[in-house]
Design a binder for this molecule. Sequence first.
Ligand SMILES: Cc1cc2nc3c(=O)[nH]c(=O)nc-3n(C[C@H](O)[C@H](O)[C@H](O)COP(=O)(O)OP(=O)(O)OC[C@H]3O[C@@H](n4cnc5c(N)ncnc54)[C@H](O)[C@@H]3O)c2cc1C
Ligand code: SF4
Ligand code: SF4
Length: 316
Amino acid sequence: MSSGLEFRDALVKLDLCSNCGACMAFKTAKYCPQIGIPEELYQIEPLPKARSVYVTRARDDNIRSAAQDGGTVTALCKYLLEKGVVKYVLGCKFGKGNVVAVPEIVTDPSRVLVLSKSKYTYVPVLSLLSRVRKEELDKVCVVGVPCQIRSLNMIERDLGIKFVKICILCSSNFKREFLLDILKKHGKKVEDVAKMEIKKKFRILFNDGTVEEVPIKEAKKYSGKCCEQCPELVSHYADLAVGSMFLPEGWNFVLVLTDIGENIVRSAIDANVLEVGDVPQDLLEKIEKVARQKQEQAKKTREEVKCKLRELGLLK
Ligand SMILES: Cc1cc2nc3c(=O)[nH]c(=O)nc-3n(C[C@H](O)[C@H](O)[C@H](O)COP(=O)(O)OP(=O)(O)OC[C@H]3O[C@@H](n4cnc5c(N)ncnc54)[C@H](O)[C@@H]3O)c2cc1C
Ligand code: SF4
Ligand code: SF4
């Protein structure tokens, strides 16, 4: 019997599936963020126009020490749950053994720390939407990379609903085999990983203090073709986009993209959930430069990918 997911096998074969999880939840290709990428994303300004820009970090020490950078994302998610703005936060947590990361749903604000830190691999966060009743989809906040936010935008328009969408910036992602090979080399398990980060090199920091560093050029060999055709460093469809590049250690920038996003950040600052720092004068210029490079590179790959998708009848 057909599962409705045959297209996914084709995408996996072409190295185009970013494992966003949308087709697992909805059993359809229509929300796939790698097939119908809007053509305009390759033409418009690569950095969406922000209504405002903040530099922030969580006021809560526990959040800051558990988080990737300033803990802005975790603090915002906790705040949204505490205030009842949303009932569910969808994100991901580290796995066990050789399972690098798994999607995770959080409803209790005291559990939100489980989601903190960046997992530099493809995690099907959107698959969790199958666990939310249709009537409650308006009560969901999703944290995801730009391709996941692109899919959420398609779902919203199709179903007439609205998620709270927090995008974390994404230059590129890596296959789990890459991370598992590093663990194997060190005789380690996922539980031994303290942190993964990109600081000039791709780095895995282990709990015992050892560190593995891989030059970015080498690491990128383990990125999927999906990332090569991806035009967005920052999602054009999010309420908020959060990153840390070009900032001092322990801080985030927040690009506010919608009125909903502005309300969330402003009230989190007023409620002393977020501390505010100075925005470097040239910050947007620097981020824009990286976004433009990504868009330019992606344009070339997309042309080649479109031909393949057409041959398979997946794209008109
Ligand atoms: C693959 C990847 C590439 C990135 N590239 C850049 C970049 O080029 N420039 C930049 O400025 N920032 C980048 N980031 C974002 C950065 O690492 C931080 O996530 C961001 O600064 C937020 O920091 P924080 O302290 O607020 O996060 P935290 O408070 O620690 O929260 C992290 C949140 O990210 C979610 N998350 C973690 N891993 C994934 C994943 N694989 N897929 C979906 N959601 C996930 C978690 O569910 C959690 O909600 C990247 C992140 C990832 C995962
Ligand atoms: S990118 Fe997402 S929707 Fe597309 S095949 Fe992969 S998991 Fe499914
Ligand atoms: S680079 Fe694009 S396709 Fe790849 S994981 Fe990041 S957002 Fe998704």
